[in-house]
Design a protein around this ligand. Structure first.
Ligand SMILES: Cc1cc2nc3c(=O)[nH]c(=O)nc-3n(C[C@H](O)[C@H](O)[C@H](O)COP(=O)(O)OP(=O)(O)OC[C@H]3O[C@@H](n4cnc5c(N)ncnc54)[C@H](O)[C@@H]3O)c2cc1C
Length: 344
């Protein structure tokens, strides 16, 4: 019988983030399909709030590594905590969220326990007792289903790929089994001095937004009057993002113009880039503006549900099967009308 380990780091306040709850949702489902044993393991400065919140998930054991030494992301202590939890659980299958923190350590941890690891997992299924995972290769162009016999098998589930676990917390507190992990001075050489994040209203990447708004290089090009209109473009886009709370994506051309210090949109960075060499966001809807819709860009739209584009060119890439709806129109005019409608 399989032992399925749900493994997660806790947030600063001791709770679990959405990606962790999604991984728990997948672990609970897999456990039911395999009629296995579910074990939940947590690590971080505080673990009790998370343990209480997931007490009814069906886990037969709750394990934890807790303390200030495990508060922030650091390879040596995170890897030691995860290794200790994996060994204590004796799991055959391990499911954890593919956060930047866990992605950094899980390959090393898996090697230490003699297992095998798969990253960027988008689905996990169990048909007649055999576990199959699904993941994408070659920048989301090829989808593969694979299975392995080696155990423990560690699966890093991509955020946004599974519904979050939504069970109720326990009526009373539960006590996780605390695992002691010795931390030497040499394991603490790396220290997180602080985090720098933009103010909330300047945060343009919003993974949970219903809409992805993509801006392309056309916003900075000469328009029908023979002039560029970058300040107007900036104002229109910022106004739209403010009103719609959409997430902002970009084409490679536009972020590179910004990097070269040409007249471009000041709030754009490489982090906004969508595509083959950029991000592959997941949003129910997407609206592309002033972007040509070439294959290396649109490959990043793989997981966008409904795709629309605004382009002056009726022969642009969006017209060739890349979008559900193409508005052959001037994006400056369309977006100022949209903003006016949103404002009214
Ligand atoms: C190996 C490789 C990897 C790549 N990876 C990526 C990637 O990850 N992401 C990415 O984005 N690109 C990537 N590219 C580049 C990609 O091929 C395109 O060059 C790039 O996406 C083009 O950006 P764009 O559409 O914004 O600009 P352009 O091609 O310059 O298109 C601008 C568009 O704006 C339109 N336009 C202008 N004014 C208006 C207006 N007023 N109203 C409406 N429309 C208007 C024009 O008609 C035009 O279609 C990659 C290329 C290679 C070779």
């Amino acid at each position: 019988m399989d032992t399925i380990l749900f493994l997660a780091q806790t947030e600063e306040d001791g709770t679990l983030g959405k990606p962790a709850l999604e991984a728990l949702g997948a672990a609970v489902e897999l456990n039911q399909a395999l009629s296995g044993t579910l074990v939940a393991a947590l690590y971080g400065a505080k673990v009790q709030p998370a343990a209480d919140a997931i007490a009814n998930c069906g886990a037969s054991r709750f394990l934890a590594v807790a303390g200030e030494d495990f508060a922030s992301a650091r390879y040596a202590t995170d890897a030691a905590a995860c290794e200790a939890l994996l060994r204590a659980a004796q799991a055959t299958l391990v499911i954890t969220a593919a956060t930047s923190r866990s992605s950094r350590v899980m390959a090393g941890v898996t090697h230490r326990v003699g297992g095998c690891v798969d990253t960027h997992v988008s689905a996990i299924a169990a048909d007649s007792g055999s576990v199959t995972l699904t993941r994408w290769f070659y920048r989301q162009r090829i989808e593969a289903s694979l299975t392995r016999t080696q155990r423990p098998w560690v699966l890093l589930l991509d955020p946004g790929a599974h519904a979050a676990w939504q069970g109720q917390g326990a009526s009373g507190p539960i006590t996780p089994e605390l695992i002691t992990v010795p931390v030497t001075e040499s394991m603490k050489r790396t220290a997180v001095r602080g985090t720098i994040t933009p103010p909330a209203d300047q945060q343009t990447i919003r993974p949970d937004a219903k809409l992805l708004f993509v801006a392309g290089a056309g916003w900075t090009k000469k328009q029908k009057d023979g002039q560029t209109h970058v300040p107007e473009a900036e104002a229109l886009i910022v106004d739209f993002l403010h009103k719609s709370k959409a997430s902002l994506g970009s084409s490679k051309s536009l972020v590179e113009l910004t990097g070269e210090n040409q007249s471009a949109l000041r709030f754009m960075s490489h982090l906004n880039q969508v595509g083959q060499t950029g991000a592959t966001p997941r949003h129910p809807k997407g609206l592309s503006t002033c972007c040509h819709g070439e294959e290396p860009h649109t490959v990043g739209w793989r997981f966008i549900g409904e795709r629309r584009a605004i382009n002056l060119d009726p022969n642009c890439g969006w017209a060739r099967g890349k979008a559900d709806v193409l508005y052959v129109a001037d994006a400056f005019e369309v977006m100022s009308k949209v903003n006016a409608l949103l404002g009214s």
